[in-house]
Design a protein around this ligand. Sequence first.
Ligand code: TXA
Ligand code: MG
Length: 350
Amino acid sequence: MPALATVIAQASSRAIEQAKSALSAGLLVAFPTETVYGLGADATSDSAVAKLYAAKERPSFNPLIAHVADLAAARRLAQFDAEALKLAEAFWPGPLTLVLPKLRGCPVGQLATAGLDTIAVRVPSHPIARDILAAFGKPVVAPSANRSGRVSPTSAQHVQADLAGRIALIVDDGASPYGVESTVLACLGRTVLLRPGAIPRTTVERFLGRDIATATIRTDAAGGAGHRLAPGMLASHYAPRAALRMNAVTVAPGEALLAFGPTLPQDACNARTILNLSAHGELVEAAANLFNYLRLLDASGASSIAVMPVPDEGLGEAINDRLRRAAAPRHPRGSTADGGLGTLRPGITA
Ligand code: TXA
Ligand code: MG
């Protein structure tokens, strides 16, 4: 991607305004939180989120955390049961992330939640993060502001070393107070720990008055045995009902076609529906459209979706990773012994 001039701004009301305008323009902004520096993008814009995955060079679309200014804003995104509400009231603002059912009509895009029906939400306590979220007024997805495979950044200099030239703005407010990521709990029936973090498990357990389980991470057909699985790849990862055929260069009658690039297969007229991830062959645009288009083609009623080859470079790697998972044979839902949370799928954390 072409190098951007990355502005580094000391935390101030002016920097908060700059962050707000950059986010509104679909650009990427690194900002301090009480845990680690986050790389923020407008959570409601699939194309802003696609840029974020590209800047981080994530090899897969891990679901991201939607950061909001307060509980009221969080309740516009997700369904809180009584326990989730209790936890939010006790620990927010602060380094706790809750994974909850995504509300119908939730404005956070499909790419941000990697096509899941659940959403991770957090209300950070860092004053600069809070000011930016309040000024922007919309949810901001923010994974740690490092390149994939590198350690999480706890200073603006760390962010700069990894992401200068790839993002619009870094807001600098010194060292991160906690220096480790938020604790991630899933409240999807029963509360489980998905990722240990800045709030110790024992603190949560004492608060709830009982022990909490750690989500058992297992492999499944799509992942292959022996994978070390990342937390957070819980359940209901969107898998199309239709069969998926990757690297398709022909289209069978009645298939749906998920195209990529300007040149369609000669027999594309066989397709009952065609959607093009990017007619220009742009991978960031393709990533932004991926989850929506898979759902739309699935809804077209086709029993098979032919997917044209997508180059395995840049964001293409994550796109192909997602397509491979969707194409892999699946166990029937609910056939697993995971306490009703569904099948855990593998992922790579970044
Ligand atoms: O402290 C933090 O949480 C930092 C700061 C910047 O806020 N952010 C952060 O984001 O650590 P990230 O993207 O590096 O980690 C998000 C974690 C991952 O383990 C991801 O799998 C999990 O949250 N997660 C997100 N959405 C999820 C979902 N719907 N279901 C299960 N896990 C989810
Ligand atoms: Mg991270």
